[in-house]
Design a protein around this ligand. Structure first.
Ligand SMILES: NCc1[nH]cc(CCC(=O)O)c1CC(=O)O
Length: 311
């Protein structure tokens, strides 16, 4: 198989994003030993702005500058967390997903410097999170805890925790693995306790549409089950027209039998209303499964819940 001599990889410049690029380079080196890679690191609006994401057109705050580097030809390949790619609009015109890497852990973890688990946290414990998905689920299951807004990349949040801005954090296990900080995890929360976001733990490799040789070379890094899961989850979010601050959670899972199911939830921010849906793919293709689960939630009133949150 022929592969380009040089691939310029663009990504955010956070420690987590750069670790993701390192994985991509390692997988590329194994598959195409003759191909050199270069890293183009960019700061995104989402990294620079520490206020409410909705105020900086939240959708795409972590992807806009990366996409621009790809489209302008400054780079050839973009690495994104699927979780951060808006699903309520198409990918930027002229770009396409060339591969989804094998999925990492999809769960969230509790980080509590005192070593407590979620059920052991005392009344009024301040959990640093700006995620409506996390705060709604916590409000439902642990109403005695208090969420305080916290943004910034995972390393910065750990610094803020150490500085006393919160008593505990919820962070993605996969993210902590990538920055090599699983040592701070005091409890990995089962998906039944904290339903993950759409696209959790998946890295997408995005190229320019016309770049045939590169797309062919990259597609060898793709993981088929992850690709199906990402497709089902993103179609689900697309049909719901979820936004960056949506009270939406869900995950597709491929069982040992090879069959995939998609479970999803929509909440009110106070966690008092939780809509649930779970369907098996059966003969449905992944995108149709995503549509079907979204429609099931829309029938239960999901539209009102999603639109009820400012964005
Ligand atoms: N919001 C930032 C972000 N985007 C993706 C991940 C985790 C890694 C992933 O799911 O791919 C994180 C950190 C977190 O939520 O703790």
């Amino acid at each position: 198989m022929s592969a380009p001599e040089l691939i310029r990889i663009v990504s955010r410049d956070s420690p987590m994003a750069l670790a993701q690029v390192k994985r991509v380079r390692a997988e590329l080196a194994a598959l195409h030993p003759g191909t050199a890679t270069e890293v183009v690191a960019v700061k995104t609006t989402g990294d620079k702005w520490m206020g409410d994401l909705a105020q900086v057109e939240g959708k795409g705050a972590f992807t806009k500058e990366v996409d621009a580097a790809l489209l302008s030809g400054q780079a050839d390949l973009a690495v994104h967390c699927v979780k951060d790619i808006p699903a309520d609009r198409p990918l930027p015109a002229g770009t396409t997903f060339a591969a989804f890497l094998r999925r990492d852990d999809i769960r969230d973890a509790l980080v509590h410097p005192g070593g407590l688990t979620l059920d052991q946290l005392p009344d009024g414990t301040r959990i640093g999170t700006s995620s409506v998905r996390r705060s709604a689920q916590l409000a439902a299951s642990h109403p005695h805890l208090q969420c305080v807004p916290m943004r910034g990349n995972a390393n910065r949040r750990l610094d803020k925790l150490a500085a006393g801005e919160a008593d505990a954090l919820l962070l993605a296990v996969s993210g902590l693995e990538r920055i090599d900080r699983t040592d701070v995890i005091t409890e990995v929360l089962p998906v039944e306790v904290m339903c993950p976001p759409i696209g959790a733990g998946i890295l997408a490799l995005q190229c320019r549409e016309g770049d045939r040789e590169l797309i062919d070379a990259i597609s060898g890094l793709g993981h088929p089950a992850t690709h199906r899961e990402a497709t089902a989850e993103r179609m689900f979010l697309h049909v719901l027209q979820g936004h960056c601050n949506s009270p939406i959670a869900g995950y597709a899972r491929t069982e040992g039998s090879g069959e995939m199911s998609l479970r999803a939830k929509v909440f009110t921010p106070d966690g008092k209303v939780v809509l649930n849906a779970h369907e098996w793919a059966g003969r449905l293709d992944p995108a149709t499964l995503g549509t079907s689960v979204a429609v099931a939630l829309l029938r239960q009133g999901a539209r009102e819940l999603i639109d009820g949150i400012p964005h």
